[in-house]
Design a protein around this ligand. Structure first.
Ligand code: NDP
Ligand code: X2W
Length: 343
């Protein structure tokens, strides 16, 4: 059998470009189609530099579901709402779809409506989608035909919290997560608050009091804990192009020591190639994970207040978007999970 054919819709956006970079060097697939309405008819090399020959000679096409059906796997790197329009015909044609938008992350269409502001465009498909965070849903991803890649902030916070929630150490008090994000998280669109002159030497909170990622975090955290988790989430924009650092403060109800907690985290992720639990005393830095598909997790202990402090760094375009989506594709196609990805 030949290589799997893959297509990227939205291939000239930030997440799409990162997908193109990863997939064009991936030994298990052939990148055969890319779409961009803005760059329609242009060769890829005129828009994205430094790609291998076969990929840079592809031509950006207008997105057309019937033509996309020539591929085996279709990645959608489109804004929320727009992705669902492609998912419906592609799934009807039996294609494997990896959607990077939020359109299929939530089980409950009312939660989608509340946080995204419009009626869900294809609610019947929600129960068929898999929340494609490999470390938490590996078995379902292997059998899923509609893989909904998680948001970048939820990836960092869910990976940081899962071992603690699984161990049932937490007091029934709020967990507070502060996240710092680079500006590529907002996509490649011209907006005044994202201009260099607005963001250089600047930092600011946004998305207060309820960022739209709350719904997917609540969905997953409640499921992991088996009860309602009270999360305070405060995102900040900082002057980086890419990267996220999340600091999570967890009130504990046990007297368990830091060494034991650390050993539990190491054991929890022992089979996960893309999660690195740092040695005690080490804390993660965005610089170490940029352009990789890795999440670095560090732990600290505030004994005075009995709080576990969890720090998680990822690349929002890597483990937070394109890398994670390719990891999910690898699982679905039965390829080695790490194929084509850096750690
Ligand atoms: N940036 C990030 O860090 C992350 C992004 N994501 C998600 O990935 C998706 C893409 O994000 P990002 O790359 O940042 O966004 P961008 O704005 O950079 O890119 C989106 C692309 O989609 C194309 N597009 C827009 N509307 C349509 C449409 N109706 N039909 C077809 N193509 C369309 C545009 O290309 P053109 O107009 O040329 O067709 C554009 O290049 C979003 O859902 C985002 O939420 C997820 C995790 C992290
Ligand atoms: C800096 C910035 O603007 N970040 C984006 C999140 C990016 C991401 O992961 O989100 P979605 O896939 O859910 O869009 C935001 O706050 O909306």
């Amino acid at each position: 059998m030949g290589l799997y054919r893959v297509a990227v819709v939205g291939g000239a956006g930030y997440a799409g470009e990162e997908l193109v970079r990863i997939l064009s060097r991936h030994p298990g697939v052939a990148l055969t189609q890319l779409t961009s309405r803005m760059h329609r008819g242009e060769r890829v090399r005129e828009v994205i530099s430094g790609l291998p020959g076969a990929a840079e000679n592809l031509v950006f096409e207008e997105p057309d579901p019937s033509r996309l059906c020539e591929a085996d796997v279709i990645f959608l790197a489109l804004p929320h709402g727009a992705a669902a329009e492609y998912v419906v015909p592609l799934r009807e044609a039996g294609k494997i779809v990896v959607d990077l938008s939020a359109d299929f992350r939530l089980r409950n269409p009312r939660h989608y409506e509340a946080d995204y502001g419009w009626e869900h465009p294809a609610p019947a498909l929600l129960s068929k989608a898999v929340y494609a965070l490999p470390e938490l849903h590996r078995a379902e991803i292997r059998h899923g035909d509609l893989l909904a890649a998680p948001g970048c902030y939820p990836t960092s916070i869910l990976l940081g919290l899962s071992p603690a929630l699984g161990a049932d150490w937490l007091r029934e008090e709020e967990i507070v997560a502060n996240s710092l994000s680079g500006t590529s998280g907002a996509g490649r669109r011209p907006e005044v608050p994202l201009l260099f002159s607005e963001m250089c030497e600047n930092a600011r909170p946004y998305g207060i009091p309820r960022h739209r990622h709350m719904a997917e975090m609540e969905q997953e955290l409640d499921r992991l804990a088996g009860r309602k988790i009270d999360l305070v989430f405060i995102p900040h924009l900082i002057p980086l192009a890419r990267g996220i650092l999340s600091t999570i403060v967890c009130p504990l109800r046990t007297e368990i020591g830091l060494e034991e907690m650390h050993a539990h985290y190491v054991s929890f992720y022992r089979n996960d190639a893309f999660v690195r639990v740092l040695r005690l005393g080490e804390l993660p830095a965005v610089r170490d994970v940029v352009r990789t598909n890795r999440a670095d997790i560090g732990l600290q202990w505030d004994g005075t207040h009995r709080r576990l402090l969890v720090f998680c760094a990822i690349d929002n375009l890597g483990k937070g978007a394109a890398g994670q989506a390719v990891q999910a594709m690898n699982l679905r196609l039965g390829l080695p999970e790490e194929e084509g990805l850096l750690r």
